[in-house]
Design a protein. Structure first.
Length: 210
C-alpha cells in the first residue's frame, strides 16, 4: 500500500515493514491503480466520531504541615535554657543533687570574686599596638572560690566586640586572698578602633549569657 504520490516517474525501491523484503515499484506496477492515500483520507472523513469521556485525574492531597512539634521543641529548649541559666546565676543551687552535673558542665560558684587594682598600658611594638593588662582577683567571701575563667574583650566606640579572648585559670582563691594576673598578649592590628577594654570572670554559662 504505497500512495501514488510517493512513487516518482522512474519508480523507487520499497521495503516491507514486516519481513524487510525489498522490491522495485513503478507507476504501473500497482494492482489496480487505486490511490490508497485518498481512500484513507476519505475513510477518516466519513468515520463517526466516538464519544470521549475525559477522566479527571485525582487531585494530589496535600498533607497538612504540623507546626506543633516545632513549637513544643522550641518551648522545651527555652525552658531548659532558663533552668540552666537560673542554676548558673544562683550559687546556692549548686549544692546537693545537681552538684555533679554542675561540675561536669564547668559551672562553679563565682560569687564574691571581684577584680581589683586593674591597670592597662598601651605600647607600640614594631608598628603594632599591644595592650598590657595587670591586676588581681580578690575573694571577698568567707569561703574559698574557684576562679574558672577570665575574659578580655576589646570594643569599639559603638560597643561592638572587635577582639576577644578567654583565659582558663582554674585556680582556688582563698577567703580574703587575691589572685594576681598579667595579660600581655592582647595584640591587634586594629587598635586604632579600640575604645574600651572589658574584663569579666565567671563560669561557662555566665560568660555566654553576659
Amino acid at each position: 500500500m504505497v500512495a501514488d504520490s510517493l512513487v516518482p516517474p522512474g519508480g523507487r525501491t520499497v521495503k516491507c515493514g514486516k519481513c524487510a523484503n525489498q522490491w522495485f515499484v513503478s507507476k504501473d506496477s500497482g494492482t489496480d491503480g487505486t490511490d490508497f492515500a485518498a481512500l484513507t483520507a476519505q475513510a477518516y472523513a466519513e468515520a463517526t466520531p466516538q464519544a470521549h469521556d475525559p477522566k479527571q485525574l485525582p487531585a494530589i492531597a496535600r498533607k497538612p504541615f504540623k507546626v506543633w512539634p516545632f513549637q513544643a521543641a522550641a518551648a522545651a529548649m527555652a525552658l531548659a535554657w532558663l533552668i540552666i541559666a537560673t542554676y548558673a546565676y544562683f550559687p546556692g543551687l549548686h549544692k546537693g543533687t545537681f552538684s555533679g552535673i554542675y561540675d561536669a558542665l564547668g559551672v562553679t560558684d563565682t560569687s564574691d570574686l571581684v577584680f581589683a587594682d586593674v591597670t592597662m598600658e598601651r605600647e607600640n611594638v614594631e608598628g603594632r599596638t599591644r595592650f598590657l593588662i595587670a591586676g588581681s582577683v580578690a575573694n571577698h567571701g568567707s569561703k574559698p572560690r574557684m576562679l574558672p575563667r577570665v575574659r578580655v574583650q576589646v570594643k569599639d566606640s559603638d560597643g561592638k566586640v572587635i577582639w576577644g579572648q578567654v583565659y582558663p585559670v582554674e585556680e582556688v582563691v582563698e577567703s580574703g586572698q587575691v589572685y594576681p594576673f598579667r595579660i600581655d598578649n592582647v595584640e591587634t592590628s586594629f587598635a586604632n578602633r579600640a575604645a574600651s577594654i572589658v574584663l569579666d570572670l565567671g563560669n561557662n554559662f555566665e560568660l555566654v549569657m553576659r
